[in-house]
Design a protein around this ligand. Sequence first.
Ligand SMILES: [Zn+2]
Ligand SMILES: [Zn+2]
Length: 145
Amino acid sequence: MALFDKKDQNAGGMVPGEAECDRRLAELAQERVNTILQIGQVFLAGNSIESVKGTPYEVHIKKVEAIDKETDYQEKRKLALRGLRKCEKCGNILVLDSSFCNKCGEKLQPLFVNDPVVGNVCPQCGAPVAEGAAFCTSCGKKIEQ
Ligand SMILES: [Zn+2]
Ligand SMILES: [Zn+2]
């Protein structure tokens, strides 16, 4: 029974050197995640939704595109909440109701448009609007149907 006694002694506790193994295991797990992320970034840079059509990558690339689209929407909304918008051409910050960029002269397009990713949104402030709503409940803008 001597062998079992020794095993019981260490059950649940650390044995010498184990912490070092755990530290290295955690590093390796993190390195693995980072390396896979890099593979994904290289793949993304070299491919498009067209080049991955019909492959297992398609669903993931679509997800990235949807994330990028919503990121753009949330950034625009954040500015709009402060009464500001960005010129899409030169990046200049302008007051929300500007018609032209006062830096590069670009004619500004409607800031928010309905889209499968962001849904129905107010063209002026970007707040979600209910289907068939006549006015935006956030800013009061009349919604064209
Ligand atoms: Zn501009
Ligand atoms: Zn609005």
